[in-house]
Design a protein around this ligand. Structure first.
Ligand code: FMN
Length: 175
């Protein structure tokens, strides 16, 4: 899929098919996270890939929307070695979700509602924090799905986003 199309067509997926993600695809997704840029190339992230159903079930109550995590094929916890590096976390998380999208795999970010409990279940050292937990899987019927033949311009007319006229300023904010 064209990179621009992937960026503008990526939507969050709420429900997934009970179909596993091939190990090679999971590796491609985390490689996209690994390849991400970060402040001074510090790479302040670690990834925990979870595919064990029992662990996914254990983690689900610790996010705001448990069903999303409970029903996914895999999850990737984005762990920060520097809790202030949220911008870097966003870069690596979005890269992984976009890479997944190009492979036909949907995703959704989940913020922990009980980070301490999640940290304990995932055995994460106390000095690290969890930025987000990405759910991953093949979209269930009715969910958004990647389409390599879609038209980016058409996608942009239909998305639920503020219009550019409201977002974009030129030269200065006041202009
Ligand atoms: C089940 C579910 C849980 C979500 N949880 C979070 C979250 O915790 N943090 C976050 O930044 N976005 C979260 N999102 C994503 C935003 O809601 C989403 O990016 C925004 O609504 C745009 O969605 P769209 O790209 O599908 O139009 C969640 C989405 C869903 C469907």
């Amino acid at each position: 899929m064209d990179a621009y199309l992937a960026v503008v067509s990526k939507r969050e997926v709420r429900r997934y098919l009970p179909r596993p993600i091939p190990e090679e695809a999971l590796e491609q997704i985390v490689q996209a996270g690994r390849a991400s840029g970060s402040s001074r190339n510090r790479q302040p992230w670690r990834f925990i890939a979870v595919t064990e159903r029992t662990i996914l079930r254990d983690l689900a109550p610790f996010v705001f929307r448990p069903a999303n995590l409970e029903g996914c094929a895999a999850a990737i916890a984005v762990v920060l070695t520097n809790p202030r590096a949220q911008f870097d976390a966003g870069r690596t998380a979005q890269n992984m979700m976009l890479a997944a999208w190009t492979l036909g795999i949907g995703s959704c970010p989940n913020t922990p509602s009980d980070e301490a409990a999640m940290r304990e279940r995932l055995e994460i050292p106390a000095e690290m924090s969890i930025s987000t937990v990405l759910s991953l899987g093949y979209p269930a019927p009715g969910e958004p799905r990647p389409r390599a033949d879609a038209d980016p311009a058409a996608k942009l007319t239909r998305i639920s986003r503020l219009p550019l006229a409201e977002l974009l300023h030129r030269e200065t904010f006041r202009a």
